[in-house]
Design a protein. Sequence first.
Length: 117
Amino acid sequence: QVQLVESGGGSVQAGGSLKLSCAASGYIFRTCGMGWYRQAPGKERELVSIISIYGTITYADSVKGQFTISRDNAKNTLYLQMNSLKTADTAVYYCAACPSGLGYRYWGQGTQVTVSS
């Protein structure tokens, strides 16, 4: 049973923008914190940004001022607006929901973001 469905990835030139979306079930959206992670080739998965059900937001230092996370409660959808993209932002981006221990209970399938110079 698919709980998180991501969309919005693609290829863009450096300096461009993309907006990722993550559609979740109503139960997950109402009860769980959610976030975005990314994994670049040859690197470990890393935090991009997280948002609690109360709206508390955390960003990785590398994306502060560049990316914006948001939640649309009416659409049960999590977003990640990515501006001024750099080649270093190239990665597979994952949506995650429901923190559990050191990880998350649910993960999306990932969406590729490729930034070219």
